[in-house]
Write a protein that binds this ligand. Sequence first.
Ligand SMILES: NC(=O)c1ccc[n+]([C@@H]2O[C@H](COP(=O)([O-])OP(=O)(O)OC[C@H]3O[C@@H](n4cnc5c(N)ncnc54)[C@H](O)[C@@H]3O)[C@@H](O)[C@H]2O)c1
Ligand SMILES: CC(C)[C@H](C(=O)O)[C@@H](O)C(=O)O
Ligand SMILES: [Mg+2]
Length: 348
Amino acid sequence: MTIRLAVIPGDGIGPEVVTEGLKVLDAVSARFSLQIERTEYDLGARRWHATGETLPDTVLDELRAHDAILLGAVGDPSVPSGVLERGLLLRLRFELDHYVNLRPVKLFPGVRSPLADIKPEQVDFLVVREGTEGAYAGSGGFLRRGTPQEIATEESVNTAFGVARVVRDAFTRAAGRPRRKLTVVHKNNVLVHAGDLWARTVREVAAEFPGVSVDYCHVDAATIYFVTDPGRFDVIVTDNLFGDILTDLGAAIAGGIGLAASGNINPQRTTPSMFEPVHGSAPDIAGRGLADPTATILSVAMLLDHLGYREASQAVEAAVAEDLLERSTAGRRTTAHIGDAIAAKIVG
Ligand SMILES: NC(=O)c1ccc[n+]([C@@H]2O[C@H](COP(=O)([O-])OP(=O)(O)OC[C@H]3O[C@@H](n4cnc5c(N)ncnc54)[C@H](O)[C@@H]3O)[C@@H](O)[C@H]2O)c1
Ligand SMILES: CC(C)[C@H](C(=O)O)[C@@H](O)C(=O)O
Ligand SMILES: [Mg+2]
């Protein structure tokens, strides 16, 4: 069967890291005889400047006809903040109903964490970030804009349907892991409406999963535990904004943002899921071969796993793990050198 893959390299370091992700995908496809039909989409800053478009409906329709999407990153200093982030990236997540934003936090052996005396087995958890609601929903606006009396609001929208489906997904993931522990992260001491809905939903869904233990912590305290006691986490479920912030911190404790992969998943598979590094377009290092493509390569592994190519996915992750073990002695390498080294391990 042919995998129909849409590729959106995007902006800044996006095209650089996607090139390496595809290099590794080619290597693993050759080894496991996977047929992949790739279509690249020119979306991002260049297109916006040329045409004013962020994500035309016709392109969205074409994307829907794929099995998965690989995205680099979007956002550029030459485009007003939010135009591409909302008009392209969030629009994709919303239109394709990617309500599970899956972000593993895993310290690979050999990788240096900023946490002192930390062992890889102490940093190995999954963040299930809600992907379609919360403060990202786009509800809000300005009153008396530009005046001293201005009021700007950004409402967090939480629906019973939206919270229940992501909480159930997180319970299901926790039930399938050896520790079977779910930590709910919110701020229900202050956000008493959304927090109450999340708490009631967790209590209700927990009844379906008697084997899963449930813990709760406020998001501010969670940032403490990420640094002082990450081993307490197995699966975390949290809202869109908390999940965004926590997963950059998660990337940092697991050795750096250049290693953190993610999947925007539609578990019902009625639309293509989209895989991308957690990081952004990093304009500060773009075009210089300095970006670490590992996060994108691990996102390719997640993509293959999602599509059911488990062996191929594991081969990519094993090649990355091997490369990471050797990094301390490898000296400084460019984006392309890292991709070459990982692809070479897959070919054997
Ligand atoms: N998913 C996405 O497309 C996405 C995610 C985050 C930010 N953004 C956008 O990217 C732009 C820049 O945002 P930012 O600076 O806040 O976040 P960023 O993730 O782009 O960069 C933060 C820091 O991490 C470094 N970094 C990021 N990726 C790296 C990699 N692969 N290897 C080595 N270092 C890396 C950067 O050099 C920078 O110092 C903004 O327009 C933002 O909206 C997009
Ligand atoms: C660019 C932005 C919309 C995005 C988010 O906030 O989800 C990014 O920070 C991420 O983590 O993927
Ligand atoms: Mg983010």
